[in-house]
Design a protein around this ligand. Structure first.
Ligand code: ASP
Length: 317
């Protein structure tokens, strides 16, 4: 098949404070690169951006290291409630689920809702939908996340968020971090899509709503697509994803849009990160937090941001 457009792909596994051990870093790198390889070949074989995003999100949700799907963090009452959203840039259509429990892949419900007149469902409604879709009941809890929660509970929930990835080493310290996964894809037809899925901040109040199932945290049009991670409240206050996308739509390059938006986020002392693509194939990432766990395929090679720790707020290629 002759490619009309060179596909591009970028994914993330969260942003936060630095990974503990080099072992952790290499494992995360392998996990991210495996997802990039599989999803990029899907794009080369003609999958749509939305299909690629859903596949990538599912793979990341299924990896217990990341805070989405299996391995989601626990809320203040010890329960897992997950949120996910999908935005198809060509259709300009957002869909998502908020605080769903006992399903394996929240992104699947977001995908289903793309074709529904009611496109964002909260806890009770999303549970009803899972039943309608006949999804088997699934327990996303892992031992590591349970231990993390029990330790945090002993300290009376002092951390603002749970660990960026589930690492045994983290249990020995009170190293706070972030989680969440996200995928942004540009397919051979030149279409963009973005997806984000999370277990939330960890230790939050019941009913707290994450940015991951809001346009603030996940947004795409035919011009650009963005998936965010970090403290949801900060992402919402910056309205980060649409802020970047609208700037590109109004004529800024993706690099300029990221530079401006992350400059503002930094000034406002936000703690967040984002990955982005535009319709011309530009790839960019940004963070105000210490690290951003992201990897990308630029059409020629795979790259990642795992050891990018400089003072620059953004990177691009
Ligand atoms: N943004 C997510 C939330 O606040 C958490 C994260 O990205 O780690 O729910």
């Amino acid at each position: 098949m002759e490619l009309q457009v060179q596909p591009k792909l970028i994914i993330h596994g969260g942003a936060g404070s630095s990974l503990h051990g080099k072992g952790g870093l290499e494992t995360v790198r392998r996990s991210l690169h495996t997802v990039i390889e599989e999803v990029y070949s899907l794009l080369l074989s003609g999958a749509t951006a939305s299909e690629a995003v859903v596949q990538g999100c599912q793979m990341l949700e299924d990896n217990p290291r990341f805070n989405a799907g299996t391995g989601s963090v626990l809320q203040s009452d010890g329960q897992i409630r997950m949120s996910a959203s999908l935005m198809d840039g060509t259709l300009g259509r957002f869909s998502g689920v908020i605080n769903i429990s006992r399903v394996k892949n929240p992104i699947e419900l977001a995908q289903f809702l793309q074709n529904s007149p009611d496109r964002v469902l909260s806890d009770f409604g999303s549970a009803e939908l899972a039943r309608e879709m006949q999804l088997p009941s699934y327990n996303a809890l892992t031992d590591l996340r349970l231990q993390e929660w029990m330790q945090e509970r002993q300290d009376n929930f002092k951390s603002t968020m749970a660990g960026v990835v589930a690492e045994p080493e983290l249990l020995e310290t009170s190293n706070a971090g972030r989680g969440t996964i996200g995928v942004v894809a540009l397919d051979v037809f030149g279409r963009l899509a973005a997806g984000t899925s999370t277990g939330g901040k960890g230790f939050e109040r019941i009913g707290r709503v994450s940015d991951s199932a809001m346009p603030a945290g996940n947004y795409a049009t035919s011009n650009a697509g963005v998936s965010c991670t970090g403290i949801g409240e900060d992402i919402i206050d910056e309205c980060l994803a649409p802020r970047i996308v609208v700037r590109v739509t109004d004529g800024m390059s993706l690099k300029e849009a990221m530079q401006r938006s992350f400059g503002e986020a930094h000034q406002n002392k936000r703690d967040l990160g984002a990955i982005a693509l535009d319709a011309s194939g530009a790839i960019a990432w940004g963070k105000t937090s210490e690290i951003l766990l992201a990897a990308y395929h630029d059409g020629e090679k795979i790259g990642d941001t795992l050891e990018w720790n400089d003072s620059e707020l953004i990177g691009y290629c």
